[in-house]
Design a protein around this ligand. Structure first.
Ligand code: S3P
Length: 184
């Protein structure tokens, strides 16, 4: 791995891949604080994500998202869970890599559909054919998600195991990072 400054663990990936749940568990295991970029956006805007989409539109939401990605660059000792659109933007992935090990959580479209239908609250899927939209968005976004340092499937794996694997990847990457620094 090239010399990196790995202070945080950042999670990218599609809606419903378990970023928040596995991220919160991983934060507990690592003794880190948990941050959620959607939550930061809501706090800064004083509105919920569906309200922002409805009242201001997706473009404004994406601008707020960019501001928050810039802000989290100052963090250390955090698990940073991101909204599904963050990992679909090369600049954002590159920005996260400046301070974090970036892990993309993965799931099949059918699993995603099942999980998000149970949760609701996703403006992008408020359409006639949410299943089709998931397939289409996943296809468009896959090349970007693949820019992560690690791709981790959440299929057939309890989220607790996902969280343990996240910690293992993070510790290994930090170790690697320390070794490459001391070798210079
Ligand atoms: C979005 C995913 C959502 C939220 C917003 C847009 C996306 O976050 O940021 O509704 O573009 O995929 P989750 O991935 O946490 O659901």
């Amino acid at each position: 791995m090239e010399q990196r400054d790995i202070r945080n663990l950042a999670l990218i990936g599609f809606m419903g891949t378990g970023k928040s749940t596995a991220g919160q568990m991983a934060a507990r295991f690592l003794g880190f604080e948990f941050l959620d970029t959607d939550q930061l956006i809501e706090e800064r805007a004083g509105r919920t994500i569906p309200e922002i989409f409805e009242q201001a539109g997706e473009t404004v939401f994406r601008e707020l998202e960019s501001q928050v990605i810039e802000l989290v660059g100052q963090e250390s000792g955090k698990v940073i869970s991101t909204g599904g659109g963050v990992g679909a933007n090369s600049d954002h992935v590159a920005s996260l890599k400046k301070h974090s090990l970036v892990v993309c959580l993965w799931a099949n479209p059918e699993t995603i559909y099942r999980r998000v239908s149970a949760q609701g609250n996703r403006p992008l899927l408020e359409c006639e054919d949410p299943k089709g939209r998931i397939h289409q968005l996943l296809e468009e976004r896959s090349p970007f998600y693949r820019q992560a340092d690690v791709l981790l499937s959440t299929e057939l794996r309890p989220l607790r195991d996902v969280a343990s694997l996240l910690c293992r990847h993070f510790r290994e990457a930090q170790e690697e990072c320390r070794n490459s620094k001391s070798a210079v």
